[in-house]
Ligand binder design. Structure first.
Ligand SMILES: Nc1ncnc2c1ncn2[C@@H]1O[C@H](COP(=O)(O)OP(=O)(O)OP(=O)(O)O)[C@@H](O)[C@H]1O
Ligand SMILES: [Mg+2]
Length: 383
């Protein structure tokens, strides 16, 4: 059996799902698959097709979200020559091509309302017309649809027809997210390791027990696809090397940084700035604590014989490498580095205020200080 028609997993959730899918496969029932991105919706649809009476006929996947709304109808139902500008010849649609086989409609929630009307009729009667034709065509295609959207919300917001939704979900199969599949994560990882060892002729030295534990704990927002991609890049970039938690973490962090930048660059920049600003403020606080501690140490120094100026063994002051101490004045002299921290803090606050368009509440939150402290600092720095 081909890889795509095998659902790898032995967890209870996946075993139950496979059982249900096998029962459904024997029937002609329309199935709606619901699951997060990359969780294996298409794999499940292929599995159902492969175990159905139709397995020797075509399985036609259509991504309704990837086809522009304007041409989805002609892609699904076909068109006649001259039906619209550019229709230089007549063409079969996916429903006709899937006759006797299975049509898999991915991202069904993205189907435009006009197309939904025509689609409902196909589900109910198997009949439709090509765009630009009045001739009724019949297709015996088994329909499996999938979505990662909250369809109840789409129905409530009138973006998806309620009658179509209930018709579609004659049987609803929920794919659990990868993070809920326990040791299946390792089983899948192992399968992908074998796949990519062969593909790239690499021999993999394995995961350390802690790294394997990390794979189990990671939330996998991109589900099985993310795991598969991670395994491929780990094998290729680390050249099959033994994977420790440090190496794994580096790759996971890189992937997520890239992902968040792709999704919303402005947001991720803001988040990074927030982290930098609050780290500076925290650092400032820690340095102030150290300063107080040192002052205390110096004040109590005469009590410590090792630190007495006339001690037989000359011991450098505890603080020698940290901050220069003037023994004459017996107090801390603020070195340049500390002075400039005020400037850094001032600049951080000014930048944070600018980032949040002067919004004091948001700025204070990002800096990890109270609004009152922020007001005080604004005043003292004359911002
Ligand atoms: N149980 C599984 N066993 C083996 N491979 C799997 C499994 N689930 C998913 N995969 C693999 O993970 C990848 C993503 O799977 P698939 O395309 O089916 O996910 P999807 O839910 O349809 O994703 P999307 O929401 O992006 O459409 C594919 O490479 C697929 O082969
Ligand atoms: Mg898919």
């Amino acid at each position: 059996m081909k890889r795509e028609t095998t659902i790898i997993g032995q967890s209870l959730l996946i075993s139950q799902l496979k059982q249900l899918a096998l029962q459904v496969a024997e029937t002609e029932i329309t199935v709606l698959i619901i699951g997060e991105t990359g969780s294996g919706k298409e794999v499940l649809a292929r599995f159902i097709h492969a175990h159905s009476q139709r397995s020797d006929k075509s399985f036609i996947p259509v991504n309704c979200g990837a086809i522009p709304a304007g041409i989805l109808e002609s892609e699904l139902f076909g068109h006649e020559k001259g039906a619209f500008t550019g229709a230089v010849q007549s063409r079969k649609g996916y429903f006709e091509s899937a006759d006797k086989g299975t049509i898999f409609l991915d991202e069904i929630g993205e189907m435009p309302l006009e197309t939904q009307v025509k689609f409902l009729r196909v589900i109910e009667t198997g009949e439709f017309q090509r765009v630009g034709s009045s001739e009724t065509i019949y297709s015996d295609a088994r329909i499996i649809a999938a979505t990662n959207k909250n369809m109840y919300q789409a129905v409530a917001e009138k973006n998806f027809r309620e009658d179509l939704f209930y018709r579609l979900r004659s049987v609803e199969l929920q794919i659990p997210p990868l993070r809920e599949r326990g040791r299946d994560i390792l089983l899948l990882a192992e399968t992908f390791v074998h796949e990519f060892e062969r593909k790239h002729t690499i021999s993999f030295e394995g995961f350390s027990p802690d790294a394997a534990e990390m794979l189990m704990r990671y939330p996998w927002p991109g589900n099985v696809r993310e795991l598969r991609n991670l395994i491929e890049s780990l094998l290729v970039l680390e050249k099959g090397k033994y994977i420790t938690p440090e190496i794994l973490e580096k790759h996971l962090v890189q992937r997520n940084r890239y992902k968040s930048l792709v999704h919303d660059p402005s947001k991720s920049e803001k988040n990074e700035l927030q982290v930098i600003y609050s780290s500076i403020i925290q650092l400032r606080q820690e340095i102030s604590d150290i300063r107080q501690l040192l002052q205390l140490l110096i004040q109590t120094r005469p009590l410590n014989p090792l630190l007495l100026p006339n001690s037989a063994v000359p011991v450098p002051p505890l603080t020698a490498n940290l901050i220069p101490v003037s023994t004459e004045e017996s107090k801390i002299r603020e070195p340049e580095a500390l002075h400039s921290l005020d400037d850094i803090e001032k600049e951080s606050i000014a930048n944070a205020l600018e980032t949040f368009n002067g919004n004091k509440r948001k700025t204070a939150k990002a800096l990890g200080i109270t609004e009152r402290t922020l007001y005080r600092k604004i005043k003292s720095y004359g911002l």
